[in-house]
Ligand binder design. Sequence first.
Ligand code: 6GU
Length: 258
Amino acid sequence: MSRPDDSSVGKSDMNSVAKPIIKILTLFPDMVRTVLETSIPGRAERQGQVGYEVVDIRDFAVDKHRTVDDTAYGGGAGMIMMAQPIVEAVESVRESDDATVILTTPQGETFSEALTLELLADLQDKGEIILICGHYKGIDERARELVVNREVSIGDYVLTGGELPALVIADALIRRIDGVLHNQDSAGNDSFTESRGGGLDCQWYTKPPEFRGLTVPDVLLSGHHGNIEKWRREQAADRTRSRRPDLADPDPKDAEDR
Ligand code: 6GU
């Protein structure tokens, strides 16, 4: 994983600022690095559109056993992540005191398209975003008080650790950075995006035209782009209404206007 550098600055755009850096603090750096090197996040880094800094929280432990957790004061099952390694890890990576520092925790606000765009603006504005992967039963409340300014959950279920949630958040951000998605990645019309009116995407087909007796809808083979667009809009609206009525447009006219 490359360290932040200026090698890509100004390469294609005189007005571009330094590339944004996503910093992930974790007890499992290999797991996090592997994911960030793969697929679109990996390509984005190689193209210089984003940088990653993966920090092993254990490197900030101060005893010879590299201890980062301990039992809870007052008793109770489960280990608590100590404040000191977390706070010092954050202080070692953040460029600015007002950097956004996110703790992944089931008790945080639920991640969404809206929160993706908010954090993306923040990442571009400040040039960095810091994600702390929570673990065990939780982290010492004083670490939260001292360095955390947002807490995010990815849904109402409990995971072993914050690595997968942090990677979910990072992936959602990376694919929204300008220039990261190519046309072949179908940027811009994914489910939940503005162009879909916050609704779901339509169904898609590729070759061959018939598979195990199932055919591709005629309209898609017609070459009539107006009809194809209309069909896709209708299918997307039907899907949204039947699968996710909570996302559906109350007024079909809004969908037409788009
Ligand atoms: Cl952010 N952390 C953990 N441990 N579990 C979760 C989560 C986060 N979001 C949903 N489940």
